[in-house]
Write a protein that binds this ligand. Structure first.
Ligand SMILES: Cc1cc2nc3c(=O)[nH]c(=O)nc-3n(C[C@H](O)[C@H](O)[C@H](O)COP(=O)(O)OP(=O)(O)OC[C@H]3O[C@@H](n4cnc5c(N)ncnc54)[C@H](O)[C@@H]3O)c2cc1C
Length: 305
């Protein structure tokens, strides 16, 4: 019996069969539609399950990678060794308590934003078009159109790698530009509490419609991607630098710098992670040659080549 089959037998004692997949192609679980197989992909649905999965993987010395909706990752072509815990679909209840919303880490940001609007709560309009989970949005401190998660989050409940439940708030979250404390502590974010303002439903909806329209007209949403490929370098916009270097449409295999928005590398058809990595390096090299500005990826690169 392989270690995967052994672990699967243990998982069956507390998970439903549809909560885990052996040798799961990550191209089916990322918005880039790229990536080799994860040895074992698990969809936890409760905090207790997360604690048990951390315990089982640490006892066996297995890596445990955490994913949300897979909208900010490039999984390499060799796939991911060990276990991947994906917060998506399951673990996604959204509740209201006055001006507070409490969401499971797997809740889609879009659904939380819609829920807030339906309840006349303002502050999360900016998030309507960000295709991540709320857990991934906290991990990345996702933001758009002048808003960011930092402005609306009050408490994050998470599980540490040694299986403790922790509650973090305020400065403890260390939220900055595409940064949070979870990028260094490795905790699994399980529940997020937001504090919003009472607002006018019509105004909230009109802001959301405006953001959606701006996104549709500027972003290459017709192609699989992981959103903006590069972080915003100080004093510049990555997309503008790439555009002015003349790189729109540049291709390596199936990976292409979008013609519509130079800040996006898209999967124009059959791209491998190796194609994307080569293209990223080429864009970095040419932008540096032209503007002496160093670009660094916003997209998180995970797995084996
Ligand atoms: C078309 C498009 C448009 C986008 N527009 C924007 C935008 O406007 N603004 C913006 O900020 N981003 C944008 N993104 C990027 C992406 O949607 C965000 O970064 C989002 O917050 C990622 O969430 P996710 O659930 O998909 O995380 P994933 O991509 O699954 O994971 C990202 C990182 O978060 C970690 N993580 C995820 N969930 C958890 C958890 N529960 N506990 C601990 N760690 C976790 C993962 O380990 C990984 O390192 C866009 C992406 C696309 C494809």
């Amino acid at each position: 019996m392989s270690w995967q089959e052994e672990l699967a037998a243990e998982l069956k004692t507390f998970l439903r069969a549809e909560q885990f997949i052996l040798n799961a192609p990550m191209s089916e679980h990322t918005t880039f539609k790229i990536g080799g197989a994860a040895d074992l992909l698990i969809f936890p649905s409760t905090t207790d399950e997360v604690i048990s999965i951390f315990k089982l993987t640490s006892e066996r010395g297995l890596d445990c990678t955490i994913l949300g909706n897979g909208s900010n990752v490039l999984v390499l072509d060799g796939g991911i060794r060990g276990v991947v815990m994906k917060f998506n679909g399951e673990f996604s209840t959204i509740k209201r308590d006055g001006r507070r919303l409490i969401a499971g880490a797997g809740a889609k940001l879009k659904d939380v934003s819609e829920f807030a609007a339906d309840n006349g709560l303002s502050g999360l309009e900016f998030a309507i078009g960000i295709p991540g989970s709320i857990g991934g949005a906290i991990f990345m401190n996702a933001g758009a159109y002048g808003g960011e998660m930092k402005n609306v989050v009050s408490v994050v409940r998470a599980v540490s790698r040694d299986g403790r439940m922790v509650e973090l708030r305020g400065n403890e979250l260390d939220l900055g530009y595409r940064r949070s404390v979870f990028q260094s502590n490795g905790h699994a974010i399980c529940e997020v509490e937001l504090e919003l303002d009472e607002g006018d439903v019509a105004l909230i909806r009109s802001a959301m419609d405006d953001f959606t329209q701006r996104r549709q007209s500027k972003q290459p949403l017709e192609y699989p991607s992981a959103g903006s490929t590069f972080k915003r370098p100080k004093g510049h916009f990555a997309g503008t630098l790439i555009d002015q270097t003349g790189l729109k449409g540049l291709r390596v295999g199936g990976a292409m710098v979008s013609e519509k928005h130079a800040g996006f590398v898209v999967n124009a058809g059959g791209a491998t992670a190796a194609d994307v990595l080569k293209l990223i390096e080429e864009v970095k090299r040419r932008v540096f040659e032209t503007y002496a500005v160093k670009l660094s990826p916003e997209v998180r690169i995970i797995g084996e080549e």
